[in-house]
Design a protein around this ligand. Structure first.
Ligand code: GLN
Length: 486
């Protein structure tokens, strides 16, 4: 029997259907994997015990008996919720987020809470109050972030799927670093009710999985309008596996974003992966042509400003009164607020709140925030225009393979912020973006490439990635250290 740890959802469903394994055995198998490997990988902040998972109310559906992990900024009823921050110490979620309840409705087993950068702010999980997650391909390297724990769990075969959130690249970049699929859906396709907000005009829940097909199964469970989140679009629920027939849309054209390929600092190994992906797509009958989108050079700066501004507003609610931590209970309200926020938030989060308040402040907002919004509108316009010429866009996900833990500290913080360079334009425009495993560095660290599509083109993106995965096997490579014979 093929190693169960790295089986796809499709394969696991088949095994359950054929009665080769029971749901209870499958859950025990993955809980054992988590128990064995989580201490060294730090993928999950908490792994739930089997009894409490068994007691989860759930129905039968497309994910019946398939375990997965949820990033710990997404509410699960009666479970702790920390956003990897000390400020939520002692807080327990009182309700299920919409994505949590939709997964339960499809029969999924939710096995724990995945580690992340504090409040999803970071690109490495190093800002987590619960320690850094480790890249399973090399434990000295970061897995990317902010949804690093979710990516690690899938890449190391601890669960077959996981949820993350993506505000500037937090699903796609760790998916690239860990060698798995990562999808950020169109803004408004998936509900954020019950998800801790970072930057509300950019946040989306995203999916980690082993293949395009598995991603389609999880997306089908999540997507669709939600009365509890008025930013969701009025789209009908649909089955995203329907278009996965191995073919490519006829007459398909992919635009290679020229400036991103030529951007300073892009590693030659990333060039190699992009060139190979282009050749593979051409073999599949796709026309690949270069496309110029100079406005994207400004995306990272605009993202930096907008995300900090919205974060400052969203994080105002953590004041020691409503949630979690409370300091100096008797010393006056003002001091209690200050002390709680000072002790509760980590440095990166405090830094962003300060920057956010500054860029919104009187006298500065025209220079910063309003300019950034103008760039955002131009990105939207230019992308809409690009999609009149091509069906999808192709770009790097990451400038290079994963970096070493501790490599980008306070001295070279810019390097950390530049991790968002290739991914954040998609959040600014609301388009769907997906990282697909496409190769490795000479040191055996994964490299992903990114497909970006028009609004609500997830069906086409997944169809294209699925066809690519029929003729390539990058998504089937696993870190040897975690592949064991059963
Ligand atoms: N690295 C980005 C940031 O730190 C992305 C975060 C995210 O998408 N949540 O802001």
């Amino acid at each position: 029997m093929k190693n169960l740890a790295f089986a796809t959802i499709v394969e696991l469903k088949q095994k359950l259907e054929n009665k080769e394994i029971t749901e209870s055995e499958l859950l025990s198998f993955f809980l054992n994997r988590l128990e064995k490997h989580n201490p060294e990988l730090n993928a999950a902040i908490e792994v739930f015990d089997k009894d409490s998972i068994d007691k989860q109310s759930r129905q039968q559906g497309t994910l019946s008996g398939i375990p997965g992990l949820i990033k710990d900024n997404i509410s699960q009823e009666n479970r702790k919720l920390t956003a990897a921050s000390k400020i939520l110490d002692g807080y327990t979620a009182t309700y299920d987020s919409t994505v949590t309840s939709r997964l339960k409705r499809q029969g999924a087993l939710l096995a724990g809470r995945a580690n992340l950068d504090e409040f999803a702010m970071g690109s490495s999980t190093e800002t987590s109050a619960f320690g850094t997650s480790k890249n399973p391909w090399n434990l000295e390297y970061v897995p990317g972030g902010s949804s690093g724990g979710s990516a690690v769990a899938v890449a190391a075969g601890l669960v077959p799927w996981a949820l993350g959130t993506d505000t500037g690249g937090s699903v796609r970049q760790p998916a690239g670093f860990c060698g798995i699929m990562g999808l950020k859906p169109t803004y408004g396709l998936v509900s954020r009710h019950g998800v801790i907000a970072y930057a509300s005009s950019l946040d989306q829940v995203g999916i980690f999985a082993r293949s395009a097909h598995d991603t389609a199964i999880v997306l089908s469970a999540l997507a669709g309008q939600d009365v509890r989140d008025s930013s969701t679009l009025s789209v009908q629920k649909k089955d995203y596996t329907q278009t996965l027939d191995g073919s490519i849309k006829s007459g398909m054209t992919i635009g290679l974003i020229e400036s991103m390929i030529n951007a300073e600092g892009v590693d030659s190994e990333v060039h190699g992966v992009i060139n190979q992906a282009v050749k593979d797509f051409e073999k599949l009958g796709v026309t690949v042509k270069k496309i110029s989108l100079p406005i994207l050079d400004y995306a990272a700066s605009a993202y930096f400003i907008i995300s900090r501004a919205e974060a400052a507003s969203n994080l105002a609610r953590f004041d020691g009164v409503r949630y979690g931590l409370r300091k100096r209970k008797t010393d006056g309200l003002e001091k209690m607020y200050n002390q709680t926020r000072h002790d509760g938030f980590g440095l990166e989060v405090r830094d962003r709140i300060l920057v956010g308040n500054f860029v919104l402040s009187a006298g500065h907002s025209a220079d910063f925030y309003q300019n950034a919004q103008m760039v955002q509108r131009m990105i939207r316009k230019d992308l809409d225009q690009a999609f009149t010429q091509v069906d999808l866009l192709l770009a790097p996900t990451q400038p290079a393979g994963a970096f070493k833990i501790g490599a980008y500290d306070k001295q070279n913080k810019l390097q950390m912020d530049l991790q968002d360079y290739f991914t954040c334009f998609v959040n600014l425009s609301g388009n769907p973006g997906m990282s697909v495993p496409g190769g490795f560095t000479a040191d055996k660290l994964p490299i992903g490439f990114q497909l970006v599509g028009p609004h609500l083109s997830e069906g086409l993106m997944l169809q294209t990635a699925h066809a690519y995965q029929q003729v390539t096997d990058w998504h089937k490579k696993h870190p040897e250290q975690f592949v064991e014979s059963e």
